[in-house]
Design a protein around this ligand. Structure first.
Ligand code: RB5
Length: 149
């Protein structure tokens, strides 16, 4: 499994802990930055990670961390084909995978503790995309959404 990860300054420390956690599980992690906690703009890193998930067929998942997880999820969802889910509970970790087939997950370092986030990631990784027709249909509909306005 290959995971692309990025953050802004607010998520920088969490990014390092998540990388370590995943590598201990023998998961390949590609770090798209930043490399320090100086002020940075979350859309820049959301774009790089989201595009990697779309362009690299071996890259199964993107993980993005900012202060709230909100800016990262809004930004990543601008990239066609991305289903980015903001996760803040065990329930949303499970649902994002099973129901929404999320291919990017985002976290808020000012919302959850790092231990909570590591637990949410484990739950997400242990959960399968549901193959129930109702979920498949809804995921397909998300992929077809395009406003004519
Ligand atoms: C940075 O201060 C903060 O706005 C950012 O990390 C994030 O929470 C935005 O959604």
């Amino acid at each position: 499994m290959r995971v692309a990860i990025g953050s802004d300054h607010a998520g920088y420390k969490f990014k390092d802990s998540i990388k370590k956690h995943l590598r201990e599980k023998d998961i390949e992690v590609l770090d798209f930055g930043p490399n320090n906690d100086e002020a940075s703009d979350y859309p820049d890193y959301a774009k790089i990670v989201a595009e990697k998930v779309i362009q690299d067929p071996e890259c199964d998942l993107g993980i993005l961390i900012c202060g709230t997880g909100i800016g990262m999820s809004i930004s990543a969802n601008k990239i066609k084909g991305i289903r980015a889910a903001l996760i803040s509970t065990k329930f949303t970790a499970q649902s994002a995978k099973a129901h929404n087939h999320a291919n990017v997950i985002t976290f808020g370092s000012r919302v959850n503790t790092i231990q909570e986030v590591l637990d949410f990631i484990d739950i997400f990784l242990e959960t399968e995309n549901s193959q129930e027709p109702r979920h498949i249909k809804r995921v397909e509909k998300m992929g077809q959404l395009e406003s004519k306005l």
